[in-house]
Design a protein around this ligand. Sequence first.
Ligand SMILES: Cc1cc2nc3c(=O)[nH]c(=O)nc-3n(C[C@H](O)[C@H](O)[C@H](O)COP(=O)(O)OP(=O)(O)OC[C@H]3O[C@@H](n4cnc5c(N)ncnc54)[C@H](O)[C@@H]3O)c2cc1C
Length: 463
Amino acid sequence: MNVPALSPEDITALAAMVDADRFSTGGSVLDLHARDQSHHHARKPDVVIWPTAASEVMAIVAYANDHRLPVTGWGSGSSLEGNPIPVRGGIILDFSRMNRILSIQEENFQADVEPGVIYQDLNARLRHTGLFFPPDPGARATIGGMIANNAGGTTTVRYGSTKDYVLKLTVVLANGELVDMGCRVKKSSSAYDLVRLFAGSEGTLGIVVKATIRLVGLPAEFSATIANFPSVETASRAVFELIRAGLDPAALELLDAECIQLINQEKDLGLNVSPTLFMEFQGPTLNQLSETMEMARDICEDAGCSEFRTGLGRAERNRLFEARHELGEMVVRNHPDGRIRVMDMAVPIATYPEMIADARRELTASGLSGYIFSHAGDGNIHINVVGEKDNSAQWTQVDQLTDKLVQKALDLDGTATGEHGVGIGKRQFMETEHGGSLAWMKRIKTLFDPNGILNPGKIFPSS
Ligand SMILES: Cc1cc2nc3c(=O)[nH]c(=O)nc-3n(C[C@H](O)[C@H](O)[C@H](O)COP(=O)(O)OP(=O)(O)OC[C@H]3O[C@@H](n4cnc5c(N)ncnc54)[C@H](O)[C@@H]3O)c2cc1C
């Protein structure tokens, strides 16, 4: 039984700040905001509030600061490391109703959005303009949640992650003050880059109430390819060579045979069941693309590829990438009695083959069931390991495997998280990963949030 963080007086005071239908202490609402899509334990907030204006956020956060109440931002709750779980209860600010696309400035390749805009909805609105917002975590994530987690996805290898697309932010600080940061220019050498400090801070430094994001032109032509390999090791060698050759794929995904089997079973795609690379290349003309494809074929064949299939049409390409995006959910669906731990780490590309080989070896040695899939082009590896829900001994084994593989990534000069963020699950690695700079991060946190009200219990190892 959790002790409420809010008193009845707090509930009354906060309820007066918004319309009645945007404030709830109802059990089912609290339950829905008690966990994200991760394996981490649920914790209910005391209240959920749906702000629709920056002024409301300012008033709520200022009250919370005066009364030392935890405040946690909530986008779609699709995080995979417990990032929005209100581990100390308190207030959830759910941004799903603060979701207006404020303006689209085609001539400047920019859009101003509220934090609750779902990125797929923005891209649907942009379709007729020939522009798009590239970061694509797959889940129906909000732009506020993507900024907070610095989300990436299949296109990060070419386009970069969310941080690379944020030009300006309007943020409510812990004392309720509203601050604008950044500028509309693509490059700037002007003073400290607060936008990049706040992006990736998981709502621990301030609450984003508006963002100006950068858009890019939709590519004129694309070509999608599937390459099969006898082992994940040979496939990962091809990944390294493709990147080294400077082929600049727009997506370069590695899926092990278990993933392919699952996709075939659910989507009836008839793919060869073996470790597979899904690739996409983009360019101005088909001629240029066909040269790139020939080079990719040579590289894959040299690495031991057993089949290389090009010329996939748009429909087939979309089916493949849809299946790739749904893999996480497929794993959950196929293990109804299991609990899934989603691992996420990244290594420099030169060490990617070693990391993949080690992951495969450790997974097999553990006897646990798991699926390896990877945004391979940027050295980012995911393993979804399945444990029985109530088998605590097995769950300890899953934790040990995670620790071992994250440590391996760090030993290879990699990172404990390529895109899912630190949340709850990666806190214990922060000391090892960041060494002395972690103390400076703590000072930054204390400077912006001296009372520790913003998304407490995240990023920093628990003391
Ligand atoms: C099937 C599936 C596939 C996924 N694939 C990927 C992937 O390929 N790449 C990837 O990067 N992620 C992936 N994710 C994880 C997740 O979708 C991303 O981390 C996403 O950015 C979370 O967005 P959200 O809107 O759900 O945010 P939430 O989960 O609700 O919140 C994320 C964080 O943002 C904070 N926050 C929310 N709104 C604000 C705000 N306005 N101001 C300040 N802080 C705020 C929260 O407190 C929390 O710390 C996947 C998830 C699922 C379920």
